[in-house]
Design a protein around this ligand. Structure first.
Ligand SMILES: [Zn+2]
Length: 371
């Protein structure tokens, strides 16, 4: 649908007043195509701002229906929408918000069969999905089709935003070579999420998408923005491309979508320690094993801990002594459980897992600051 020459100057007057946007920028938005994957907590604010901004064509894909538990954060929906397909309802709301743009609503899954074609048809992709498998799929399709993947994720009070795919920065696989098993990563449906955090992070994604379309400012490529809504702190971590990345590295092994790293299913049970238990264990000679990823560790080092990221634990397990006692810890106490189980399976006899992670430790010990 071409709307050239019909751009409504009154609707966009507050954009037209900004020198960096102006009429030329507004026309760029009008001719832009954005794919939003997921019309949930992140997708709701992202879609609303993209539509309000006058992005000429928005493709929204989501196979889910509105549930009453969504209404705490998924602001595109009303109480009366419960049971309706999100893609359809979102499209109605966005058309009402801005009838001058085109909305394509796809009430289906973003999967390996449609990923590359959908990504190829647009200029920018906004990933509002909430599973690891979809995030890898979005990342891979965007990298292979040379399109920016404006990524966001949220959990409880913590949010992350970055841009993967096109632009020369690292990809999602550079940061997360392998996903932890999904049953060990509490989703928002199990672990909870502050509703308004979805609004903050989804809006940041929309802002990045709009800047990419306009070609202004500095995009979050190569930078991971970390949002802590509890202490209301924003921090940025530089992230680099991994030369060993199977997708964007020097000797790639992934040339198409559909490859999601698999994790082993069998799980050993690992006893959990609270902070008092941790103190007692350390007193007794145990070592604290910090399995956070390097970009998480940049937010606060644990003195005296052995640091091996969970994603490379299996390759580096030989650095540990299976006769010793280890208390495994990560940021919130999810990856650490998984990592502790891997150690147990590998024959480590005395392995514990720190409940609620290093955030709990930081909350107790003023000397240990952890963003
Ligand atoms: Zn990569």
């Amino acid at each position: 649908m071409s709307l050239a020459g019909r751009l409504d100057p009154r609707r966009y007057s507050r954009h037209l007043l900004i020198p960096e946007v102006g009429l030329a920028g507004q026309e760029k938005l009008e001719h832009a195509r954005v794919l939003v994957i997921g019309a949930g907590g992140l997708g709701s604010p992202a879609l609303a701002y993209l539509a309000a901004a006058g992005v000429g064509r928005i493709v929204v894909i989501d196979d889910d229906a509105v549930d009453v538990t969504n209404l705490q954060r998924q602001i595109l929906y009303d109480t009366a929408d419960v049971g309706a397909l999100k893609a359809h309802r979102a499209a109605e709301r966005l058309r009402a918000l801005n009838p001058q743009i085109a909305i394509d609503a796809l009430a289906k899954r973003f999967d390996a069969a449609n990923a590359r074609e959908l990504v190829r048809l647009v200029d920018v992709v906004v990933d509002g999905s909430d599973t690891f498998s979809t995030r890898y799929l979005v990342n891979d399709a965007c990298y292979l089709e040379d399109k920016p993947d404006v990524h966001g994720s949220i959990f409880r009070f913590d949010g992350q935003v970055s841009i993967y795919g096109a632009g020369g920065g690292p990809c999602y696989r550079c940061l997360y070579p392998e996903p932890p098993p999904e049953e060990l990563v509490p989703s928002c449906s199990e672990g909870g999420v502050l509703g308004v955090l979805a609004g903050i992070v989804g809006s940041l994604q929309a802002a990045e998408a709009i800047k990419l379309i306009l070609g202004i400012g500095a995009p979050l490529t190569g930078r991971l923005l970390l949002v802590d809504a509890l202490d209301m702190r924003f921090r940025e971590v530089r992230i680099a491309r991994d030369p060993a990345c199977p997708l964007c590295g020097e000797a790639p092994t992934i040339f198409d979508v559909g490859s999601v790293p698999e994790r082993a299913a069998p799980r050993a049970t690992v006893p959990e320690l609270d902070l008092d238990g941790l103190d007692a264990a350390l007193e007794g000679g145990a070592r604290l094993l910090d399995v956070r990823e390097p970009h998480e560790r940049a937010l606060g080092d644990v003195p005296g801990a052995v640091a091996i990221p969970a994603t490379v634990l299996e390759a580096r397990m030989h650095e540990l002594d299976s006769a010793k006692t280890y208390v495994v810890a990560c940021r919130v106490g999810t990856k650490s459980r998984w990592a502790a189980e891997r150690l147990k399976e590998a024959g480590f006899g005395r392995v514990y897992h720190l409940r609620d992670g290093l955030l709990a430790l930081a909350a107790r010990d003023a000397a240990f600051d952890l963003f």
